[in-house]
Design a binder for this molecule. Structure first.
Ligand SMILES: Nc1ncnc2c1ncn2[C@@H]1O[C@H](COP(=O)(O)OP(=O)(O)OP(=O)(O)O)[C@@H](O)[C@H]1O
Ligand code: SF4
Ligand SMILES: [Mg+2]
Length: 359
């Protein structure tokens, strides 16, 4: 990860873990920017994102395709391509990731942050046995012997709900079903009990039954291991059922962040409002018409001077087109919109009072 002039921090707790649970955020992201250089242009894939994650907290990251979700997730895991330039700060416990060298990032990956991607086959080595792959991070980070790593891998496969874990240790990825492989990837990510799990569309490739089993597994492991989870997904139903807070991204920027229940009930940013109006949600009155968002997401190589959503927003005016909306906050909520939707109990322009909708 290349970064202009940011030094890696070094503070750690005595046992080597990245922070004391319950006392400080596991993760603090401040004004994070990721630019990706192409041959003739630069993509501003993440453009000034800030948020914290408490131990055990689950944050859903949502937004249309191409808005920078995966780039943000990769930045947290130190897995960005070499042509990416990063600025701002990512503090994982006491460690600063922005500006850290590849060796330091390799130590952090697997030990402090675990990563699960959409397609388990791209994360697993087809030529190596499951037990070796799951135990690998333990050998690398904790210096575990082959037999210790194998024993812990078996325990972890059991924890993630793989049937007959002892037998699976000697199998190869192609001998397992898609759902089983994804459980193996999760076991690989969690074997060192990281403080943070980044899960990028971890269930999209799976059928609905397996999908809900994996999400329940995340919830259980969060309870058992106390790890924080950043869950990247297109599925608002997944966000509603499995996250505590939601960060809505649009065009690389933060549109809105807040407790999931509150944002679902009363989205403030007009993009969040449009996004939620385009999906079926529990609690929305029968007969409510779903509305697709017209137009296309902005070109991240040519950022607009004002709000990135202006070209598609029914509420846009000259101010929206000229000036980037400032951040506004109320309680645990933050949003960036010149003409926000009404909050709970506020009167909308139409004269109706905004009422509670349960996600
Ligand atoms: N390695 C790369 N090389 C060139 N461009 C990239 C690279 N990675 C991401 N981008 C660009 O950065 C922008 C953000 O991409 P990103 O994959 O983060 O979006 P996303 O929100 O995860 O989308 P999706 O929902 O489709 O997964 C896109 O314009 C994408 O084309
Ligand atoms: S700032 Fe303006 S254009 Fe952007 S979402 Fe809000 S109302 Fe719409
Ligand atoms: Mg993505």
């Amino acid at each position: 990860m290349s970064a202009p002039g940011t030094a890696a921090g070094a503070a750690r707790t005595a046992d080597g873990s990245p922070g004391a649970p319950g006392t400080a955020p596991v993760l603090a992201v401040t004004d994070l920017r990721v630019d990706i250089a192409l041959r003739h242009s630069t993509i501003h894939a993440v453009d000034g994102i800030s948020f914290d994650l408490a131990p055990g907290e689950r944050l859903g990251l949502v937004g249309e395709s191409g808005c920078g979700k995966s780039t943000l997730g990769l930045a947290l895991a130190g897995l960005l391509p070499a042509r990416a330039t990063v600025s701002g700060s990512i503090r994982l416990g006491g460690l600063e990731l922005v500006g850290a060298g590849e060796r330091a990032l390799r130590r952090i990956r697997g030990r402090d942050v675990g990563v699960v991607f959409q397609d388990p086959m791209t994360s697993l080595n087809p030529t190596r046995r499951i037990g070796v792959q799951v135990g690998e991070a333990l050998r690398l980070h904790d210096g575990a012997s082959a037999s210790e790593a194998r024993a812990r891998a078996r325990e972890m496969l059991e924890l993630v709900g793989l049937p007959r874990p002892g037998e699976q240790l000697d199998r190869y990825p192609h001998e397992l079903s898609g759902g089983m492989r994804q459980r193996v990837v999760i076991a690989c990510a969690l074997i060192c009990r990281p403080a943070l799990l980044v899960a990028d569309e971890p269930t999209t490739a799976l059928d609905v039954t397996i999908q809900s089993q994996i999400l329940e597994l995340f919830d259980r492991l969060r309870d058992e291991l106390g790890m924080a989870i950043l869950l990247v997904t297109h599925d608002m139903g997944v966000v509603a059922g499995h996250t505590d807070r939601i960060l809505v991204m649009y065009g690389g920027r933060e549109a809105e962040i807040g407790p999931t229940r509150e944002v679902f009930a009363h989205p403030r940013h007009r993009y969040s409002e449009a996004l939620l109006a385009s999906v079926i949600r529990v609690g929305v009155p029968r007969g409510t018409v779903l509305t697709a968002i017209g137009g296309r997401p902005p070109d991240l190589a040519a950022p607009q001077p004002g709000c990135g959503f202006a070209a598609r927003c029914a509420h846009a005016d000259a101010v929206c087109r000229d000036a980037v909306p400032p951040e506004r906050a109320a309680g645990e909520r933050r949003w960036r919109c010149h003409h926000p939707a009404p909050g709970a109990g506020e009167v909308a322009e139409s004269g109706t009072v905004s009422t509670e909708v349960v996600p």
